[in-house]
Unconditional design. Structure first.
Length: 296
């Protein structure tokens, strides 16, 4: 995914800890929402550092400037962004252990300059794909558990849920904006909600607020100006969702996946939500007090 479109900023916040003995498969992970990014701590090659949780990334991506002990990896399949294949000796996060793991290495100096923090990498689909992952953004904790565990749904039933498809390694939902069908990727590594600039003239005027010029960093970190606006009348399975600001930009790198936009954390964090990769469903709850994990 093009880094200039989806900026990643990372910050360290403690280790993942077990949530109690009542649910042995449950892991409670503290995080911090930094500029719309879910930031966690993980260990790589014996060193603990800052990682962002990114459902838009197919694999673990590492910063070779901060991660030692990387070895040359095998050529990997083509992704929407480019990186050098490497082999990671050991990776550990939330009780998930990987030995001799394939990853991509990319320079992240521009991200460190933007965040003023040391960055180790990004955690993507390859690590998350076997679990259901709940994002409790108000209380800044993640819950990671086996997909067959339904305890969280029994304790508090979701308001609703909807199906997604995997396109590449990206969860994609079918939605409508002002009645127009669109396909939107779920991108927890994005700082900004994005829509294809081709849509701007196709969406009904009632769905798009007043547009403003917004400066972003383009190729070679050169400034570019793109239009942004509040977008209303967003529906998934006939359920209305909150209006949110979107940036209209070039998403041609996603054309092969037939995706017209990306829902980033500024949109997703309006809810307590979970992504279940096995059932291919997103579950939505309203915000509330942190769940009493000891009673589970």
């Amino acid at each position: 995914m093009r880094w200039t479109a989806v900026v990643l900023v990372l910050l360290l916040l403690g280790n993942a800890v077990p949530a109690g003995t009542q649910s042995s498969d449950l892991v409670k992970i503290p995080f911090e929402l930094v500029n719309g990014l879910v930031v966690v701590s993980a260990s790589i090659n014996g060193d603990t550092g800052n990682f962002v949780l990114d459902t838009g990334s197919p694999v673990v991506v590492v910063n070779p400037n901060n991660v030692l002990g990387l070895e040359p990896g095998k050529t990997q399949q083509a992704y929407a962004f480019r990186g050098k294949p490497v082999k990671v000796k050991h990776f550990s996060w939330a009780g998930i252990e990987r030995e001799s793991m394939d990853a991509l290495a990319m320079d992240m100096t521009h991200l460190e300059n933007a965040s003023h923090r040391k960055i180790h990498g990004v955690i993507g689909y390859e690590v998350l794909s076997k679990y259901e992952l709940m994002f409790d953004c108000r209380n800044q904790v993640l819950l990671l558990y086996e997909p067959h565990d339904s305890w969280i749904h029994k304790q508090e039933a979701p308001l609703f849920n909807f199906r997604f498809q995997m396109r590449g390694q990206l969860p994609v939902i079918k939605a409508r904006i002002g009645g127009k069908k669109v396909h939107l990727g779920l991108d927890t590594g994005g700082t900004t909600n994005l829509l294809s600039e081709k849509l701007l003239e196709k969406l009904p005027a009632s769905a798009v607020g007043k547009t403003e010029e917004e400066k972003i960093l383009g190729v070679g970190n050169l400034p570019e100006y793109k239009k942004s606006a509040m977008v209303r009348h967003i529906e998934v399975d006939d359920k209305p969702l909150h209006a949110s600001r979107f940036l209209f930009t070039d998403l041609s790198h996603l054309d092969e996946l037939h995706i017209e936009g990306l829902l980033a954390m500024p949109f997703l964090s309006q809810f307590r939500f979970s992504i279940n990769y096995k059932t291919k469903r997103v579950y939505i709850w309203s915000h509330g007090e942190e769940i009493s994990y000891r009673t589970i």
